[in-house]
Write a protein that binds this ligand. Sequence first.
Ligand SMILES: NC(=O)c1ccc[n+]([C@@H]2O[C@H](COP(=O)([O-])OP(=O)(O)OC[C@H]3O[C@@H](n4cnc5c(N)ncnc54)[C@H](O)[C@@H]3O)[C@@H](O)[C@H]2O)c1
Length: 261
Amino acid sequence: MSLLAGKTGLIFGVANDRSYAFHIAEALAKNGATCAFTCLPGEKNERRTRKAMEKLELGDAWLAPCDASKDEDIDAVFDAFTQKHERLDFLIHSIAFADREWLAPGKFTDTPRASYLSAIDISAYTLAAMAKRAREPMSASGGGSILAMSYYGSEKVVPGYNVMGVAKAALECTTRYLAAELGERNIRVNTISGGPLRTLASSAVGGIDTMLEHTPVRAPLKRNVEGSDVGGVAAFLVSDLASGVTGENIYVDCGVNTIGI
Ligand SMILES: NC(=O)c1ccc[n+]([C@@H]2O[C@H](COP(=O)([O-])OP(=O)(O)OC[C@H]3O[C@@H](n4cnc5c(N)ncnc54)[C@H](O)[C@@H]3O)[C@@H](O)[C@H]2O)c1
């Protein structure tokens, strides 16, 4: 039997076929999971996400618009999802946002209050907002797995990552507090710390070229990460093989985080 047979979940963050969420969906579906999706509201966003979904060949997979900065949108997505699906076994949070202007080397000190707060709101608070709505349907399914995407810039200074590093630190900490509170319901909450990958979001990070050049030189595996590397670990974390893993941050970065100098 497939690893994820019988599991159903909701995936936030497929913008196109380069998105980390796309690679995660591909791995989950390949292992037998039923995947439903959200995209940013707007015709262009929906068209782009649908095009990526077609590549996944999932038939008529469920898709709903959601701007995660709005509580009413998150409410509407979870209401609509639970009306259409009998269970919720996993939730993938693969979304982030920060004003591009402040994601350049040397720009952190000037980050305005509004840009700082919106980065934390959309990239970190939304995980708690979604976990709150997932709690009851996951409990009714006997538990579940919540997974979010982070990056090493949460722990160490990576030039250009700036306020997104602050938001990722908040995301990883939010994961631990959620894991502590939701564990008694058999809901596990983890992050994957992924290596640099060329996507729409990462193109806004001023230091992305340096990150991509740096990894194959310094990482133990001597290469950059591929989306499928993250997809495989996501499938493991969603599966019952990871039944004892919660509150963790798992690196999928070809080992670059382990190298000091
Ligand atoms: N690409 C990398 O190098 C890298 C490395 C480590 C972690 N990550 C993380 O992976 C996750 C996915 O990013 P990606 O690189 O696949 O880029 P991406 O651009 O493909 O995905 C980002 C997603 O965030 C969504 N989003 C932005 N604002 C939103 C909002 N208000 N409401 C709902 N959705 C919103 C976008 O629609 C998009 O689908 C992010 O959390 C990112 O920080 C990326």
